[in-house]
Structure formats: structure tokens, C-alpha cells
Design a protein. Structure first.
Length: 307
């Protein structure tokens, strides 16, 4: 029985490692991304149809099985949107993430059942509920954290990138050439925002309207500053106004916002450190400083009692 348990644990661990590696593997295809952006509505409908078919390969089979569960289709749509907002956009990302969730959920439930096999029924039911909640909520929280981290990277890269975009536009290049040049220069410093700019340029070159390309960029990132930048570029193209000076002013505004966010984080650091200090540092400090005195007092009291 113990050997079987270790074999199952090894199998589950290997599956989780494989799913994580496939999930974060960078396998983006620029041409496929452009076609998908140009045909977003048709692609979404085709994806829904593919999920309802059981004969489309292993990944489609996983998605089909999940879509049969009540509320599964909405869960797949929300998860796919969050994966894109986290910068994970390879073709098999949704299926691998769902498979990771299922394996992690079942492994936790099986582990709790195995560990509590000798406990009363009420205790086993409580452990089963706890395992189910943990297996369902933990992957979602990890995905939310990935989305937040990706947005933070884009937010930090935006002031310098916008400033460089304004400088490049001042040399006489068009907005598409300037964005492509900026993405090439920034791909080693800020690869996330450089990839987003490159995607927008490729979509426009493929024939999509610039306004729609920027709207898709806003939906992918969900950042208000990028929304303001996109509105500024679209309005400048529409009314023929100068964009270079406006971008320089906007870059200064973004830097001020970044400085204010840093000052806010510094101000919150003292409050956040209060709880770890009270829970972990002060008890150890009291034990180190008062421990010898207490031991000495107890030794003297025991000696007095023996007399």
C-alpha cells in the first residue's frame, strides 16, 4: 500500500511539473497571433464549437470534458482571458492549465483521504472539504498573482518606453515605424511591453485598424495608463495633431505616478512589517533575553525549596 502511494505521488508530481513547464513555455507564433486578432469573433466561436467536440485531440478532449460541467464554459472563458492578461498566450495554455487544476485538485483530495483514512467520518469529511477548497482556490490565486505581476512589469516599463517613443517620433518616423523601433530597442530591457507593441504593429501591418489593435491591447493588459496612451495616439492620428510633445509630457506624468506609487509602498512597509515583528521577532527576542533570567530564578527557587 505504501509503495502504491509513493508511486502515485511520483506520478502526480511529474504531471504537475510537466504541466507547469508546458504552461510557461514560450511558443508564440506571430502570424497566428495576427490572424487570431483579425478574426477574434470567429476564433472565439470556433473555440466554443471545438470545446463541444470530443474528437479533437487530447487538449480539446480536456476542454470538452470541462465544458460539460455546469458553468464550465464560463470558467474556460474567464481562465483564457486571465491567461492572456498574464502574458501566457501559447496555443495549449488553457488545456494545460485546466489539466494542472484537475490533477492538483484530485491529488490533494487523494492525499487528504489517505492521511485521514483512520480518522472518524466527520474528520474525513472536513479534510475532504478543506482539500477541495484548497485545490480549487490555490491555482486561481496563483493565476491572479501572475496577472498582477505581468501588469506591474508593464506599468514599470511604460514611462521609459513612452519617453523613447516620443523621441523616436521626433526624428520623423511614422507611429508604426516608431513603435516597431521602440519594441526592438526595449526587447532586452522590457520584453513584455516590447512584445505588446510589436503585436500591435504586426496587427496594423496585417490590415487591421489601429483603433481596434489598440482596443485589443487594452483588453489584453487591462491597464488604465495604456488606455490613455492608446486614446492619445488614436486621437492624434484622427485630428492630425503633434504626438511627440504630448508623449513627452505624458511620460513625465507617468514618472510622477511611479514615484508616488513608490512613496506609497514605502509608507505601507512599516505597517506591513508590524505583524511579522510581533508574531516572529519579538517572541524570539523575549526568549533570548528573559530565558536565562527565568532559568536562573527557577534554579534558585528549587534550591530554596529543597532547604
Amino acid at each position: 500500500m505504501l509503495l502504491l502511494f509513493f508511486f502515485g505521488a511520483t506520478l502526480v508530481l511529474g504531471t504537475l511539473v510537466w504541466a507547469g513547464a508546458r504552461l510557461f513555455e514560450n511558443r508564440e507564433d506571430p502570424l497566428a497571433e495576427r490572424l487570431e486578432a483579425l478574426q477574434s469573433v470567429a476564433t472565439a466561436n470556433a473555440t466554443r464549437v471545438a470545446r463541444r467536440r470530443s474528437g479533437g485531440g487530447f487538449s480539446n478532449g480536456v476542454l470538452y470534458a470541462v465544458s460539460l460541467v455546469p458553468g464550465g464554459e464560463d470558467y474556460l472563458d474567464d481562465t483564457e482571458r486571465e491567461l492572456k492578461q498574464a502574458g501566457i498566450r501559447n496555443r495549449q495554455a488553457l488545456a494545460v492549465y485546466v489539466l494542472f487544476n484537475v490533477v492538483f485538485f484530485l491529488s490533494l483530495v487523494g492525499l487528504f483521504l489517505y492521511l485521514g483514512r483512520e480518522n472518524p467520518i466527520a474528520s474525513r469529511l472536513g479534510g475532504l472539504v478543506a482539500a477541495g477548497l484548497l485545490g480549487y482556490l490555490l491555482p486561481k490565486q496563483i493565476l491572479h498573482r501572475l496577472v498582477k505581476r505581468y501588469r506591474q512589469k508593464l506599468q514599470d516599463a511604460l514611462p521609459d518606453t513612452v519617453d523613447l517613443l516620443g523621441i523616436v517620433l521626433g526624428t520623423g518616423l511614422s507611429i508604426d515605424q516608431a513603435m516597431l523601433r521602440v519594441s526592438e530597442e526595449m526587447q532586452f530591457i522590457y520584453p513584455e511591453l516590447a512584445a505588446e507593441f510589436g503585436t500591435v504593429v504586426m496587427q496594423v501591418k496585417a490590415g487591421q485598424e489601429r483603433a481596434k489593435a489598440f482596443n485589443q491591447l487594452i483588453r489584453r493588459t487591462g491597464i488604465e495608463d495604456i488606455k490613455s496612451l492608446a486614446a492619445m495616439i488614436v486621437q492624434s492620428e484622427k485630428f492630425g495633431t503633434s504626438l511627440s510633445q504630448a508623449l513627452k509630457v505624458y511620460a513625465d506624468s507617468l514618472r510622477n505616478r511611479r514615484r508616488l506609487r513608490a512613496e506609497e509602498a514605502i509608507a505601507k512597509a512599516g505597517i506591513k512589517m508590524l505583524f511579522p515583528i510581533i508574531l516572529f521577532i519579538l517572541p524570539v527576542l523575549f526568549a533570548i533575553t528573559l530565558g536565562p533570567a527565568v532559568l536562573t530564578f527557577l534554579g534558585g527557587a528549587s534550591g530554596i525549596g529543597q532547604r
